[in-house]
Design a protein. Structure first.
Ligand SMILES: *[C@@H]1O[C@H](CO)[C@@H](O)[C@H](O)[C@H]1NC(C)=O
Ligand SMILES: *[C@@H]1O[C@H](CO)[C@@H](O)[C@H](O)[C@H]1NC(C)=O
Length: 164
C-alpha cells in the first residue's frame, strides 16, 4: 500500500491515494468484481469513475454499478454478454473535496471468460522420413491463460515446459 498525501492549508483536509499499486484487476466472468476507488480523502470525498478516454461511466443495470462508497462493481456475466467496453477496459477514479481533486492512475479491468474448454491435437500426415508437426489447439477465448506444459504419447511424457 502506498500513501501519497496532498495537504491543503487546512491540515484537517487532504486527498490521497489508497493503493497506487492497483494497475490491473483481472477477474472471472463467473464471479464479477468489486474495485474500490484507489483515491480517498478527508473530509469525505466525492468519488467518480471514468473510462481512460475521460468519459464518466454510467450504471448499466445488472452489468456495472458504482456504489455510493465509490466501489465500482462489475457483475458476473455469461460469455455471450461479453462487452469489451465494460469487461476489458481501462478506468480511473477521481476523489474530490473542498481541498481539491486527485485522479488515480489508470486501472485496467479485465474479465477472463470461464467456459469449459478442451484442447486437442489434429491428426497429421507426413511422408515416411519427413517431419510431422503437431500443434496443440486451444480455444482462442482462453488461449492467453493456458500454457502447454507437456506432450504425452501413450501417457509417456515427451517434452516439458515448451509452449505450443
Ligand atoms: C492494492 O492493490 C494490489 C494489486 O491489485 C492488491 O493485491 C492489494 O490487495 C491492494 N491493497 C489494498 C489495501 O487494497
Ligand atoms: C462499498 O459498498 C459495496 C456495496 O454495499 C460493498 O460490497 C463494498 O464492500 C463496499 N466497499 C468498501 C471499500 O467499503
Amino acid at each position: 500500500v502506498c500513501f501519497f498525501a496532498v495537504f491543503s492549508e487546512d491540515l484537517r483536509s487532504s486527498l490521497y491515494f489508497v493503493n497506487a499499486s492497483l494497475q490491473e484487476v483481472v477477474f472471472a466472468s463467473t464471479t464479477g468484481t468489486l474495485v474500490p476507488c484507489p483515491a480517498a480523502g478527508i473530509p469525505p470525498v466525492t468519488l467518480r469513475w471514468y473510462l481512460a478516454t475521460g468519459e464518466e461511466i454510467y450504471d448499466v443495470p445488472g452489468i456495472r454499478h458504482v456504489h455510493p462508497n465509490g466501489t465500482l462493481q462489475i457483475f458476473p456475466f455469461p460469455p455471450s454478454s461479453f462487452n469489451n467496453l465494460i469487461h476489458d477496459n481501462t478506468y480511473y477514479c477521481t476523489a474530490e473535496n473542498p481541498s481539491g481533486k486527485i485522479r488515480s492512475q489508470d486501472v485496467h479491468i479485465k474479465a477472463v471468460l470461464r467456459e469449459p474448454y478442451t484442447v486437442r491435437v489434429e491428426d497429421q500426415k507426413a511422408m515416411r522420413g519427413n517431419v510431422a508437426v503437431f500443434k496443440c489447439i486451444i480455444p482462442s477465448s482462453v488461449e492467453a491463460y493456458i500454457t502447454v506444459v507437456s506432450w504425452e504419447k501413450d501417457t509417456v511424457s515427451l517434452v516439458s515446459g515448451r509452449t505450443t
